[in-house]
Every structure is written in structure tokens, then in C-alpha cells.
Design a binder for this molecule. Sequence first.
Ligand SMILES: [Zn+2]
Ligand SMILES: [Zn+2]
Length: 654
Amino acid sequence: MLITQEEKTNARRNIQRYEWARAIRDRAVEQAERWTAVSDETLWHLPTEQSIPRGVHVNKEMGCPNCGHEIDRFGNYPWKVDVIKTPWKIQCPNCGERYPKNDFGAYYRSGKGADGLFRRERADASLLCNSDHPDPNDPLHAFGVDDSTGWKDSEDHVYRFIGYYGHYGAWTAVSDALSALSEAYVLTGEQKYADKTAILLARVADLYPDMDYHFWAEQGFENSDGLTGRGKVYGCIWEAGLVSGFARAYDAIRDGLDDEELYAFLSEKAKQFGLPPQGNGQALRAHIEERILRQIEPAILRGDIHVNEPHTQVTMATAAVVLNDPNESDRMLDWVFAPKTEDKKTDSSGNKETEEQGDGVSLSRPLPLSPSGRRREEGNGGHIPALFAGEIDRDGVGSEAAPGYNFFWLKGMMDLDEVISKRPSYTRHNIQRDFPKFREMFRAPARLICLGRYTPDIGDTGSTGSPNRNVASVDLYLKAFERFGDPDFAQTAYWLNGNTTEGMHSSIFHLDPEQVGEQVKQVIARHGMRREHSDVLGGYGLAILRSGETEHQRAAWIYYGRSRGHGHLDTGNLGLYAHGLNLMPDLGYPEYASAWPKRFGWTHHTISHNTVMVDRTPQHPNYSGKLRLFGTSPEVRMVEIASEDGYPQCPVYR
Ligand SMILES: [Zn+2]
Ligand SMILES: [Zn+2]
């Protein structure tokens, strides 16, 4: 169990005792209300079947059919969706137009068979017309009409409205509702939240085994698949978060499944549509475990769930611990630590073929399928020991250039450690016990912070010039302090909290959450406050010179680390902060971290950086920068770096 009965009791007691805990509960209840207001019937119909595509772009080359690229300023996934108020429509946030122009809901219902599933072949094609222009002779009769595969304009541009709805409408709503409802149940113990969660999970379990994103990738739909074309509901990258959410929701309500009304509703559905039995506690648990939790391991082995390190492993561990099966769970946890024969072949930042084009990630391409459709299991483990030995550098930074991505490794290792700790009988591996580098991983984010508010914007991180502490938060350092007890973690938490212990507390599930503030106070009394100084992260490849106090603080940095892993071709790039400002900002995250011309021609290219470009060409990707000199005195701080591989034609580049 991820949340034990004892932790639920603690949370409910803390809500009685503390204002901040009540605020958490109130927020959870408010989020859940959106979904408790919806009928069981509507909720049950929320998850869509395999025949409704899931795509993350309507048409990113063309933008909105009405206002074109004006929509781009609303972000990468800009369309507005409200599955309750305006089902089957997406709305442009810029011009307000809604698409598709046909009544897709009516068409969808017309295509449902006795099994309750939509099939295009049996749907009523006469419903495929623009609702505002019903006359077949009207030139706009077919404008904006989507039968689920997208609307094609007169120049053959395809706009995938329903695909976007399937992703950012239906399944995003399922995921949001599950998390809101199950959290509200954990914090209040009220049965209505468990019932609604169970209805959604039961329906997801009906549909999940047949979900196959690959089919839609072949039809031109885009999703977060790192260009592998793999996935289930989503592309293989975002699938991990989606299914972990299913598992967590189930874990949260497992003790709240015994409700006759719920069983009556679900048996009725099962009878009507010929679904697997789910009309009593045992059957419902088996239904969810069999058709959601037990789908996760094979999907990971096939490559249909495959995300940045080490989050695939977190997904496996979450499924294992929630499943709580005496044999399967330990075997799945063993996989997390088992070796992977590919380790020697891939370079440290992932596969070269996909890395520079992947939509938001660097990942190695999944192994080819065997004839049975399963990937080779032997030598395909979660290789956590290899990550600690070879991929995470001595500064505790994961092997990606961009802080937004490499600190994601820390988040992953924390989750992994936390999840595995919830299966105390499993003692073969233990992140905190077995890998001392884990502790360093917590230190790195704070070491990067300049002027108390900036993280150097290296690679695909942040937006131009804006303050950003990345993952470094009071919460993170309190967790580190609780885990390891090192005084510097307490000092960092105190510093990030504005040099006070005011408002500090542990998780709502803690027996005595406010004692941590006292402990931090004691550390500060004994060891003093955190002192900032110039610093070199020799493994990561960043030197930071710092001087001045309070509002006169200055910091300058030079980067000479990896250019792969969401990096830019920026060896020797300089950054400078003073007067509270970022005076030489990098462009940060590109418009799209995928095959996008402006990314390669400018954001990622050497030319947009504060470094030397040679022969009007970009640097070669490299991870061979070296520190040649670093020194500080009260008056002077200096650093010199060199790189041989950025420009192989240059005998000296420093
Ligand atoms: Zn528009
Ligand atoms: Zn850059």
C-alpha cells in the first residue's frame, strides 16, 4: 500500500489540528466537487475507447483553422476543453471558435453497438456535416467536420480536433478526476469520493487492455512517444504518468470499495454491455487488478510505457507495490534493479537517433518486438545500479544537460525510494541504503541557485530571463533533512524559506508534522546559516562565481558540460546575474522540443549563445569540456575552461 491506514489516520488528525492541513483538505474537496457534481452515468461514459484517437496537436504547422498562428501565444497545447459543459468540442483560446463543427456526440452515439463501443463503420454518416450549414449545397457544409480521424481542408492540411479531445478532453479529465476524487477520499474518508473513483476505475479497466496508441500514430496522430510510435492511451512517455495515476487512485480507495449501490450500478453495466464481472468487492478488485495493474508490466517490457530515467522504473515499482501480490510484486521490483544489456551501447544521454528530435525527452529506442509481441525480457531490466554507477555524475546530476530534465532524475529516485519503502518486506534492494550518490542528488539543485532566485538556464530549461529555482524548494530540503539528517539540508530549507522556520512542516501523513521546524531551528543555532560561495560542479560541467551580499549579490557562470539530453550547442556559454536580474539570459525552452526548425536554427544552435562560434557553424555535440583554472580570493574570482571536441578544427578553444 502506498498510503497506509496509519497515514490516513494521521492525515485526518492533522486536519483537526492544523490550519495548513485543513487548507490541503479544502483544496482537495474543492477539486473533487467538480466530479461529484457529475452523475455516475456521465462519469462512467468519460473514458473513451480505443476507436477515439488521442493526439496532442490539432495541427501545429497551421495553428487554428480560423486565426492560424495567433493561437501559438497560448502555449504548446493551447486549445480549451470542458468535457462536462461542452462535450466533444475544443475551443480556440484566441478567437473563441469551437471545433469540430459537426455534432460529434450524436455521430459517436450512432456508432455504438451492443458492446457499448463506438465504431466508425457503423456510425451514421449523414450526421457528418457542419451544424451551422446543414444544406448539402452550402459551400461550408463540410467545413470543420471531423469523423474522429481529422478534418482535411482544401489544401490537404489535416486538423485533428477529436484526437485532441480524446487526449486533452476525455483522458485528461479521467486522470484529473481520479486524482481529485481519490485524494478527497483519503483526506475525508467520505464514501461518495470512493464510489466515484471506483466507477471511473472500473470503466478504465473495461477499456484499458485494448488501448493501443501505435494504431493512431500510424494514422498521423502525434503524442509523447519519443518518435517510437509506441504507447497505449497516450504515447509511451506520458503513459507512465497516466497509469501510475490509475494505480495510485486504486491504492487510495481500496478500503472504500464495499458499497452495495456501487456494485448494483456496475453489475447493471456489466450485464448491459457484456463486461467482465465487477458487481461485488472481490470481483471489482480482481477486475481493476487484472485489467489495469497487471497490464503495466507487459506494457513496460514491450516499450509501450517508456519514459525518461528513472520514471519507467517508478511506474513498475508503483504497480508492484499497489498490486501487493506475494510473488509478482517482488519479481517486478527485482526488474527495477536488473541489468540491461543495452547499457554499454547507448551513450550517456540516450539514443542518438531519437534524442535530438524526441518530443520532450531523450530516451533509447525500445528493443524490437519478438514475434510474440513481447520484448526480450532478459537483459532488459530497470538497471538502477548502472544509472548510479555511470549516468548520474559525481555532483548528483542525471545525465541530461537541462536542469529541468536532469533534476527530474532526483524526483524519480525520490519517488522510487518512497514507493519501494511502502513494501517493507522487500529488502533485496534499497535506494537510500545502497547508493550513496542519492544524497548528492539532493544537493545539486541548491548549488546551482544564484541570487537566491535563478537556476542557470542551460539547455531546454525555463523561459527567457525569468526567475526559476527549478526543483529546489523548502519541501524538497525538508524531505532530504528528514531522510539523511545532514545539517546542510536543514540550512538550505531555512534559506529557501526566507531565513525562518515559519510555516515549515512535514507531509500531512506524518505523525507529528511540525516537529521538523524545531529540528531545523536547532541546526541553525548550532551550525549557523547556509553560506553561499563560488562553486564548481566538475561532473556536471558548471562553474559559478559569486560575490556581494543581499541586494548587491552578483553571480557569473560558465557551462562546459553535456550538450546532449535537452542541451544546446553551448560549450563555454556565459551567464550573469546582478541587481536582482538575469542580465544575459539564454532562450531556454524552445517552442517545441521536437523536430522544429526554429529549435535547430536558433534556440539550440551555438549562434544564440554567449560563446564563440567558429566558421559560421554550430559546435559539435560534446561532453568533454574541462576546467583548467578555478580560484577565488577576497577580491578576485576566476575560472577558465577548455573544450577539444566542440570545434575539432580548433587546436585551442577556451
Ligand atoms: Zn482561433
Ligand atoms: Zn541555450
